[in-house]
Design a binder for this molecule. Structure first.
Ligand SMILES: Nc1nc2c(ncn2[C@@H]2O[C@H](COP(=O)(O)OP(=O)(O)OP(=O)(O)O)[C@@H](O)[C@H]2O)c(=O)[nH]1
Length: 97
């Protein structure tokens, strides 16, 4: 085989490898972007749709592996009073911390 063909084949091989890596990076960025869109601006907590998807994944994983799965829920009692007494901006600040 002429040397030119060998060089061209190797070059195409590396070019293809690079394209695959770039595609993978783009897919990762897209996943991050989608996940980012599901995050509440104030609390930085993911939305209900994201929670449902993750629960689905985690429960399936727990069933398959027999490992335990836990869910922690927090509820601030009477949070409405914080808003009424100190205003919504203070309520938002409270949620952030
Ligand atoms: N400041 C602020 N208030 C919010 C936000 N989202 C919801 N709220 C307020 O949270 C209150 C609802 O909270 P709940 O937990 O349902 O009600 P609660 O007053 O805490 O009552 P209990 O949980 O039953 O004790 C409402 O007054 C909403 O307006 C937010 O992003 N920022």
């Amino acid at each position: 085989m002429p040397i030119g063909m060998v060089v061209l084949t190797v070059a195409i091989y590396f070019w293809q490898q690079e394209q695959t890596a770039i595609n993978e990076q783009l897919r990762k960025r897209e996943r991050l972007f989608r996940a980012h869109n599901r995050i509440d601006g104030i609390t930085q907590v993911c939305d209900a749709q994201y929670l449902r998807q993750q629960l689905d994944i985690e429960l399936r994983f727990a069933r398959q592996t027999g490992r335990p799965c836990a869910l922690l829920m927090l509820d601030v009692d009477d949070f409405d009073r914080v808003n009424r007494n100190y205003g919504y901006l203070e309520g938002d600040r409270f949620c952030r911390h």
